[in-house]
Design a protein around this ligand. Structure first.
Ligand code: MN
Length: 510
C-alpha cells in the first residue's frame, strides 16, 4: 500500500469544489470583533484577489450597517460571488434583495434543541418555514443555499426530510452545519458519505472548531465528495471559530495537488490584515500563518534547512507569502549563527565568533531567545572591543530658560581630534542630538530612526534607559542603548553608542 493507492481507495473528491469564505459574517461573530463597512471592503478585496469563489459578507436584516456593507461590497463588482445571510423569513430575504445581492444563504435550526428551546416549532413548521424561505428566494431570482442549523445534532431521518423538502423547492446548495463542532473525522466520513449517496444537490459543509477538528473534518468531507467548504481567514468565528481558509487550501494543494486556482502567496498578508482589523492575533504556532510556521531553532534542523529547506518544511514559506526565520537559542548550532552573521556582513574571527556563540548558548540556557538585533549587538560588541571607539563624549553644556530656545554645547573627540558645536532644539535632548549631528556630518550621514525613553525606577532621580536606532544612506542600521540618571546624558550616550556601531558596520562592509 502506498500513498497514491490510499488516496484512490479512500477518496471521492468532487471535481468542482468551491471555497465559501464567511470571515465577514461568521468570522465577524467572533466574540469582541466588529468591523466597519470600510474594513469589510478592504478584506473583501483581498479575498477576491486571493481568488475565493464566494464570500458571505453579512446579515443584511441585522442592521443598517450590515445592509450597507453588503450593498457596498456588491457594488465593488468583484469576481467572487457575494452572499448575504438570512433567516428563512421574508423580511430577511427582502433585506438581501435590498442589498442587490443575488445569492442568499438561508438557515433554520433543525435539531430537537433548536426546535424545542429556541424556535418552539414543530417538525412540520420547520419544514414549512424552510421551504417557504427557499421558494420566496427562488421566486425572486436568487441563488439559494440552505443551512440546517445544528444539522449534526438533528435526527438524521428528519435532517433528510428537511433536505428533501428544500431540494424539491429548488434549493441550489444544501449546507450541513456542525454548529457546535461535535463531529470527528470518522463521523464526518460516515455522514457525508451517506448524504452524498442520497442527494444529488451540491453539498456544502460549515464546520465549527470547538474540539479543534474543524479543518480535519472539512478535509474528510471533501474527501467524501462535499462540493463546497465554508471557511474563515485565521479560523475566526463564533467561540473557537470555523475551518481555517489557509489551512484548508494549503492542505488540499500540498496533500492532493488540488489547485483551486487560488493565489496562495497572498495568504499571509490576508491573515495579517484580518488579524490587524479584528484585533485577534494568531498564536505563534498557528499552522501556515503563525510566526513559527517557518521558524527553526535546533542546530540539527537548521543545518538541514540551510542545505535543503525541504528537510524540515512541508511547503516553502514563499508559497504562502510567509518567510523563513532562523531563531537563535540554546538549540542553535554554529552553522545558523555563521549564516546570520554573513547575512549582516559581520565578519568575526574564530575567537570573536566563539565568544558570541557561547553568549548565545548561555542566554538560551537562561531562558532567552536571541533576536537578530541581539546577535548584531553581541557581534558588534566583540568587534568594537578589538578597536578604538571612534567617537567619545568629552563635554556637555546646556542652557535652558523660559521664552528662549534650549541650547546644547557638545564636545566630542572624533578619531583623536576634539571638536565642539552648539545647537538649539525643541528641548535639551533635541538640541544635544542636533549638536552631535553637526559635529559628525563630515564623517557620517546619520538618520535617527527610533528613539525610546523609559524610566526604569520611579522618582526624579530615576534611571532613564534610552534605546535608539540610527541608519545611514546605504541602509545599514544599528541600535544604541544607555542608562543614566540624566535623560539628556542617557540620550547622548545612546546615540553615540549607535553611531559608533554604525561606523564599525561600515568599516567591516568596506
Ligand atoms: Mn457558524
Amino acid at each position: 500500500m502506498n500513498m497514491e493507492r490510499l488516496k484512490k481507495e479512500y477518496m471521492n473528491i468532487s471535481n468542482r469544489l468551491f471555497i465559501f469564505d464567511t470571515t465577514l459574517r461568521d468570522g465577524e461573530q467572533t466574540p469582541g470583533v466588529a468591523l466597519t463597512v470600510d474594513e469589510k471592503m478592504q478584506i473583501a478585496r483581498k479575498l477576491n484577489n486571493l481568488g475565493v469563489h464566494k464570500i458571505e459578507v453579512g446579515f443584511p436584516a441585522a442592521s443598517k450597517g450590515e445592509l450597507l456593507a453588503c450593498r457596498k461590497i456588491k457594488s465593488m463588482d468583484l469576481d467572487t460571488t457575494v452572499v448575504g445571510l438570512a433567516r428563512s423569513l421574508k423580511q430577511d430575504i427582502d433585506a438581501v434583495l435590498d442589498s442587490d445581492l443575488d445569492y442568499v444563504h438561508t438557515f433554520l435550526g433543525t435539531s430537537p434543541l433548536h426546535r424545542d428551546y429556541k424556535l418552539k416549532m414543530s417538525k412540520e413548521e420547520i419544514i414549512d418555514t424552510a421551504v417557504g424561505g427557499v421558494e420566496y428566494a427562488k421566486d425572486h431570482g436568487l441563488t439559494v443555499e440552505f443551512s440546517a442549523e445544528d444539522g449534526t445534532r438533528t435526527e438524521y431521518d428528519f435532517l433528510y426530510e428537511v433536505f428533501n423538502s428544500v431540494v424539491d423547492a429548488g434549493v441550489d446548495f444544501i449546507d450541513l452545519p456542525d454548529t457546535v463542532g461535535i463531529l470527528t473525522p470518522i463521523t464526518t466520513y460516515a455522514l457525508v458519505n451517506d448524504i452524498k449517496t442520497n442527494f444529488e444537490t451540491p453539498l456544502s459543509v460549515h464546520f465549527h472548531n470547538d474540539f479543534g477538528l474543524a479543518t480535519a473534518n472539512t478535509i474528510v468531507a471533501i474527501e467524501r465528495g462535499a462540493n463546497q467548504a465554508h471557511v474563515t481567514v485565521n479560523g475566526l468565528g463564533e467561540r473557537t471559530g470555523n475551518c481555517s481558509l489557509e489551512e484548508l487550501v494549503v492542505t488540499l494543494k500540498a496533500a492532493y495537488g488540488i489547485d483551486l486556482g487560488l493565489d496562495t502567496t497572498r495568504l499571509y498578508s490576508l491573515s495579517n490584515l484580518v488579524g490587524r482589523l479584528t484585533g485577534v492575533k494568531m498564536p505563534v504556532n498557528k499552522p501556515i500563518v503563525g510566526d513559527n510556521a517557518f521558524a527553526h531553532e535546533s542546530g540539527i534542523h537548521v543545518h538541514g534547512i540551510l542545505n535543503n529547506a525541504s528537510t524540515y518544511e512541508p511547503i516553502s514559506p514563499e508559497s504562502v507569502g510567509h518567510s523563513r526565520r532562523i531563531i537563535l537559542g540554546k538549540h542553535t548550532g554554529a552553522n545558523s549563527v555563521k549564516a546570520k552573521l554573513k547575512k549582516y556582513h559581520l565578519d568575526l574571527d574564530d575567537v570573536q565568533f566563539n565568544n558570541v556563540f557561547s553568549q548565545i548558548k548561555s542566554l538560551g540556557d537562561s531562558g532567552k531567545c536571541v533576536t537578530d538585533d541581539d546577535l548584531i549587538a553581541l557581534a558588534i560588541t566583540e568587534l568594537s572591543s578589538a578597536r578604538e571607539t571612534p567617537i567619545v563624549l568629552k563635554g556637555l553644556g546646556l542652557s535652558l530658560g523660559s521664552n528662549v530656545s534650549p541650547t546644547a554645547t557638545v564636545k566630542l573627540e572624533i578619531s583623536g581630534v576634539e571638536k565642539e558645536a552648539a545647537s538649539t532644539g525643541v528641548g535639551p535632548v533635541d538640541a544635544s542630538i542636533n549638536a552631535i549631528q553637526s559635529l559628525i556630518s563630515d564623517t557620517l550621514d546619520i538618520n535617527l530612526e527610533e528613539y525610546n525613553l523609559e524610566a526604569i525606577t520611579g522618582g526624579t532621580d530615576a534611571l532613564a534607559e534610552v534605546f535608539v536606532v540610527t541608519s545611514d544612506p546605504e541602509g545599514n542600521k544599528s541600535t544604541g542603548r544607555s542608562t543614566n540618571q540624566d535623560i539628556v546624558m542617557a540620550s547622548i550616550l545612546a546615540v553615540l553608542d549607535s553611531i559608533n556601531k554604525l561606523l564599525i558596520i561600515q568599516s567591516t562592509n568596506n
